[in-house]
Design a protein around this ligand. Structure first.
Ligand SMILES: *Cc1c(COP(=O)(O)O)cnc(C)c1O
Length: 431
């Protein structure tokens, strides 16, 4: 056979999934177990000391979850991965090895609403805090960095309104200031964009969305590029680069090298937070990932058709989709998202708040839900739902003003989706 590096489509099906060693099962089995039998006392001791690899307890790792971890690490071009119970758990656990009380994360202002909440309020209880930077000028990240900064955090293709961030420029700043860049790649998926190829150090996902694909199960993942040198900055990252008392003084970065962040994720973060992914959810996500390339192609081509149609509609004042030439992000999308600008975007309905509500109440095929990245097409009016606790100024700053409607385009026929929006827009305009 000729030597070939397998293509993405092949890896989406085969990476991390050798036939089951016990039975030969071809599909990854669901290892629905809590614990694993030790060979003897020495075997148990060496597993607990992290001297030997193996399975102890499903809160730390599990063969089905491990298959998903290897597959997603491969697809993102990373060296290791840690699956978590949800995307939000992935965000906390991505920061946990890096942060101590008093430390800061520098985060993009263009993030999923739940992430803004988590980074603004919840993490303060750990003594961590966030400085936000508008990514439309990447120099804002430089200005926000202080001696307490421990990570940069962005979404490459961002919520809401499909903003595209210049990942390569932010990664350069991260390198200049010796900080890891964490990218939430949920909206793009590795099929459309691989942030590690542009210098990101850590990638995370809510696997709940496109990776699972059918809106059936929550999950998250943290993938490490293995490229950040923790030992070189040992004073800033003592969790990884100084002796760990609970493991007899083991230094993760010394013992596990490029896998140290991933080992810490399992041996400490999952152990102590308990936010492990259930084997059943990992299995459902493995099924989803196998068709990711096909689904993303169709998500993108459908979204492009719907966005182009909306842009010409008299009841629509603007459409923010990076696949349209009118978008501020069109050039960045051509560079970073050549296969398509994703399937989540916003538009403005004429008639503001009332028209937005009428629209979501009159769609028939679209589902009115607070989710995205489903096989089904979804619609939401942020100012009456996800962003309703904010005042109008804050809603506008978050891209969720009263006229904003967000779509997540699914895999139905584009013509049917357009027909549904057409009848609902007519009803919203006549009210
Ligand atoms: C949904 C989402 C999250 C949160 O993930 P959960 O799995 O719902 O916890 C984080 N980031 C982005 C971009 C998301 O879309």
């Amino acid at each position: 056979m000729t030597e070939r590096t397998p293509d993405f489509e092949t890896l989406a099906i085969h990476a991390g999934a050798a036939p089951d060693p016990a039975t030969g099962a071809r599909s990854v089995p669901i290892y629905q177990t809590t614990a694993y039998v030790f060979d003897d006392a020495d075997h148990a001791a060496s597993l607990f000391n992290l001297q030997q690899l193996g399975f102890i307890y499903t809160r730390l790792n599990n063969p089905t979850v491990a298959a998903l971890e290897e597959r997603l690490a491969t697809l993102e071009g990373g060296v290791g991965a840690t699956c978590t119970s949800s995307g939000h758990a992935a965000q906390i656990l991505a920061l946990f090895p890096l942060m101590y009380p008093g430390n800061e994360v520098v985060a993009s202002t263009k993030l999923y609403g739940g992430s803004i909440n988590q980074l603004s309020h919840a993490i303060r209880k750990f003594g961590w805090s966030t400085v936000f930077a508008d990514p439309s000028d990447t120099d804002n990240f430089k200005r926000a960095i202080t001696e307490n900064s421990r990570a940069l955090f962005i979404e490459a293709l961002a919520n809401p309104g499909g903003a595209v961030v210049d990942v390569e420029k932010v990664a350069k700043i991260a390198d200049d200031y010796n900080l890891p860049l964490i990218v939430d790649n949920t909206l793009a998926t590795p099929y459309l964009l691989r942030p590690i190829d542009y210098g990101a150090h850590i990638v995370l996902h809510s696997t709940t969305k496109f990776l699972q694909g059918q809106g059936s199960s929550l999950g998250g993942v943290i993938i490490d590029s293995g490229k950040f040198d923790w030992m070189k900055h040992a004073d800033k990252y003592p969790s990884l680069a100084k002796p760990a008392p609970e493991y007899h003084g083991l230094v993760f970065a010394e013992t596990f090298g490029e896998l140290s962040y991933t080992f810490y994720g399992h041996a400490v973060s999952l152990r102590d937070f308990g936010a492990a992914q259930a084997p059943m959810n990992a299995w459902l996500t493995i099924q989803g990932v196998e068709t990711l390339p096909l689904r993303m192609e169709k998500h993108c081509s459908n979204a492009q058709k719907v966005a182009e149609w909306l842009e010409k509609h008299p009841a629509v004042s603007w459409v923010s989709y990076a696949g349209l030439a009118s978008s501020d992000y069109y050039d960045l999308a051509k560079k970073y998202l050549p296969k398509g600008a994703g399937s989540v975007f916003t538009f403005g309905v004429k008639g503001g708040y009332e028209a937005g509500i009428k629209l979501v109440e009159n769609v028939e095929l679209f589902s009115h839900v607070a989710n995205l990245g489903d096989i089904r097409s979804l619609i939401i009016h942020p100012s009456s739902t996800t962003h309703r606790q904010l005042d109008e100024e804050a809603q506008k700053a978050a891209g969720a003003g009263p006229d904003v409607v967000r779509l997540s385009i699914g895999l139905e026929s584009a013509e049917d989706l357009i027909a549904d929006l057409s009848q609902a827009l007519d009803k919203a305009a006549s009210s």
